[in-house]
Ligand binder design. Structure first.
Ligand SMILES: [Zn+2]
Length: 295
């Protein structure tokens, strides 16, 4: 999580060149859920795309304006969680750049201020004479989650699909574990050399990372299933207490959402029975099909 040394490396007042085409400016919103802060990536020089402008913080927005020096063409969001897209409107106002993303706010916890000028879908490309970004629709962490693949450098701007050194929260109903795992499988087939996460450093062995996450999630799913097997019926908060013994109390709620996401996937697969975040969950009764209505 918030490791020592990160605050030095992820200075919020400096644009860091990472590759010939990519620079990073980390927003000043460090925390348990955001690591050193949300990375805004600047792609290109003659015409610039900013991916995930971040939170509304005047100095951060001014730094983005200064770093793009009148050449900002596109403001891209990977998704509309409140640490990723809220700066888009102000940045567009100050630069005239076009806002692009998969769609507006879908759930109460999304950024309702995000109003894309143009919607992107899977397979779209954004090209300048310097670079091409390919749009990949990767639902799971959020239902409107996009990744952007910089073809020239094979860098995947992964948003919250992957985070450095920690596990991404999948919070139903907008988050969906089955979709999340499918999105990871899909990314494994793409020509990616480096993952640029919204939180943390570059990850340079994408295949290993995707496999690690998939394995971890399937292990967690198995553990949730085993708790149901042992306990008969149980509430999500008690599953969290059993499975996340070393997790700080502050992270029990997001962990609970991940457990909920696993339970919904197990229910979809016919391996669990129950309803709602507050409800009681169990194995399906023998000979009875599990309930699939509602969540
Ligand atoms: Zn997110």
């Amino acid at each position: 999580m918030l490791a020592q040394g990160w605050m030095q490396e992820f200075r919020h007042d400096q644009v860091i060149p990472l590759t010939p085409l990519v620079r990073r400016l980390t927003a000043p919103n460090p925390g348990y859920m955001t690591g050193p802060g949300t990375n805004a990536y600047l792609v290109g020089h003659r015409q610039v795309a900013v991916i995930d402008p971040g939170v509304v913080h005047q100095e951060h927005i001014t730094r983005l304006v200064d770093a793009t020096g009148g050449r900002l063409r596109w403001i891209l969001a990977t998704h509309t969680h409140p640490d990723h897209s809220p700066a888009a409107a102000l940045l567009a106002e100050r630069t005239g750049a076009e806002i692009l993303g998969h769609g507006g706010a879908l759930h109460w916890h999304h950024d309702a201020t995000f109003k894309p000028h143009r919607l992107l879908t899977d397979g779209d490309t954004l090209s300048t004479d310097e670079f091409t970004l390919q749009v990949l629709y990767t639902p799971g962490h959020a239902s409107n989650h996009l990744c952007y693949l910089l073809l020239e450098e094979q860098i995947l701007f992964a948003g919250d699909q992957v985070m450095e050194g920690t596990t991404v929260v999948i919070g139903p109903p907008d988050g969906d574990m089955g979709q999340y795992l499918s999105s990871l499988e899909r990314l494994k087939a793409e020509p990616i050399a480096t993952i640029a996460p919204a939180h943390g450093r570059f990850i340079t062995n994408p295949q290993r990372e995707f496999n690690r996450i998939i394995t971890h999630r399937l292990q967690r799913e198995r553990q949730v299933y085993d708790v149901l097997l042992q306990q008969g019926s149980i509430k999500i908060t008690d599953i969290v207490r059993q499975l996340y013994t070393h997790l700080p109390e502050a992270l029990h709620l997001p962990a609970g959402f991940s457990v909920y996401a696993h339970l919904l996937k197990l229910r979809q697969d016919g391996l669990a029975c129950g309803k709602g975040f507050e409800g009681t969950w169990s194995l399906p009764e023998p000979g009875k099909l599990p309930s699939s209505e509602g969540s």
